[in-house]
Design a binder for this molecule. Structure first.
Ligand SMILES: Cc1cc2nc3c(=O)[nH]c(=O)nc-3n(C[C@H](O)[C@H](O)[C@H](O)COP(=O)(O)OP(=O)(O)OC[C@H]3O[C@@H](n4cnc5c(N)ncnc54)[C@H](O)[C@@H]3O)c2cc1C
Length: 367
């Protein structure tokens, strides 16, 4: 008899794990504290448009086996992520590439662009960068930093760039070609009909039972006694009642509006890189899907301070938090029937392709 497995969390990791184990003949209970499946990739339909509720999600991977895997659950369109930056009304292409440089300096060739960047990098302070500002300037020069990095980053982190550590910007991706494709991966797209159907199809299995509005923490002891195997995808500090302290995150706040116009900003993602606009970007969801609806849905994304009750979006992987996380990992080793996996349990930023890879790897060792 194969043992019953409890998966805590119906996000992409939990769903991949549950689906694969169910295919191997295990009976799986999935509990999810929200009233929806999908975790942060959840999308819903509004005015015929798929809205990315927890921030815009573009599927991308360089791995053919991941791309083949996800295609089982949805057809993907040919969307290519090419965000735009708006700096006090000046429009620039992202990521930084020859289009950006020619818009910034009215130049044409890679050599001209490289010369300007090198000049601006050199004239600034020499030596080891001590904060994010120095780091960014040493990589890309002053103009790009001032117009496209500074305001955006300070809003995101709610701190001055001179007070932020240099490691946040280890490298600045720069392309010396006229190529606005944000990702370098071979495969990229958006699921036609949204992401939620992917999770629905993964969980639609005779061996899987899903229970929404069910918080593991409310009956933790009972679950720990009832199941021999538990896959926990929630926050690791919460599992231990925050007894060693809280891991820190950056949070976000979203404001979504339906507008009576067909095309509001002409692009799915526009970043506001000036310091005064309070939001960091506006998402116009229909452009992920080449939508032609009469109305449009936009979401303004604001940075927000994190507290336990709010959504934990981006882990802040500084030395202090990483150390605290490793203390929680030590505690977790004492709980033999629980495996901690996924972005919250492992306190790290994962792209979708990474949680799928992790789910496939972890389940591959079972018969
Ligand atoms: C703003 C933003 C944009 C992103 N954009 C992209 C992108 O463009 N491309 C990309 O590849 N990736 C992107 N990502 C990353 C992507 O969201 C993650 O890779 C993915 O959601 C991770 O899945 P997960 O299952 O680990 O976590 P989650 O999606 O967070 O799922 C965890 C689930 O567990 C549930 N849960 C937690 N605690 C409990 C509990 N006690 N009891 C029951 N249930 C519980 C939660 O409610 C949640 O549903 C983005 C992330 C963010 C924050």
């Amino acid at each position: 008899m194969k043992k019953k497995v409890l998966v805590v969390g119906a996000g992409l990791f939990g769903a991949t794990y549950a689906h694969e184990m169910a295919n191997k003949g295990y009976e799986i209970d999935v509990i999810e504290k929200r009233d929806t499946i999908g975790g942060n990739i959840y999308t819903y339909e509004l005015k015929g448009i798929q809205v990315h509720k927890y921030g815009p999600h573009i599927f991308h991977t360089d791995e053919k086996y991941i791309w083949d895997y996800i295609q089982q659950f949805a057809d993907f369109n040919h969307y290519i992520n090419s965000p735009i930056a708006n700096y006090y009304g000046e429009i620039y292409n992202l990521p930084f590439n020859m289009n950006t440089f020619s818009q910034m300096w009215n130049i044409k060739t890679p050599l001209e662009a490289q010369n300007i960047i090198d000049q601006q990098r050199k004239t600034e302070k020499q030596g080891k960068p001590e904060n994010l500002e120095e780091q960014a300037i040493s990589l890309i020069g002053t103009d790009i930093y001032e117009k496209l990095i500074k305001g955006y980053t300070e809003k995101q982190w709610m701190k001055k760039a001179t007070e932020l550590p240099p490691f946040i910007i280890r490298r600045v991706p720069v392309r010396m070609t006229y190529d606005n494709n944000y990702y370098n991966d071979r495969y990229q797209g958006i699921p036609i009909g949204g992401y939620t159907q992917i999770i629905e199809r993964m969980l639609d299995h005779q061996m899987i039972n899903v229970h929404l509005n069910t918080d593991f923490m409310e009956n933790r002891q009972q679950y720990l006694e009832e199941y021999d195997t538990i896959i926990y995808t929630g926050k690791i500090d919460e599992f231990f009642d925050y007894r060693l302290g809280d891991l820190e995150y950056r949070s976000l706040r979203f404001e979504t509006d339906v507008l009576d116009c067909e095309n509001y900003q002409g692009n799915a993602v526009v970043n506001y890189t000036d310091p005064e606009t309070p939001y960091t970007r506006i998402i116009e969801h229909k452009h992920f899907d080449f939508g032609k609806q009469a109305q449009t849905v936009i979401t303004r994304e604001y940075p927000d301070t994190y507290s336990r009750e709010k959504e934990a979006y981006y882990p802040i992987n500084n030395t202090k938090n990483n150390r605290l996380y490793s203390e929680y990992v030590k505690l977790s080793k004492e709980i033999k029937n629980v495996t901690f996996a996924g972005r919250l349990a492992q306190y790290r930023y994962y792209d979708m392709e990474h949680v799928i890879a992790l789910g496939l790897k972890m389940t591959s060792k079972f018969e």
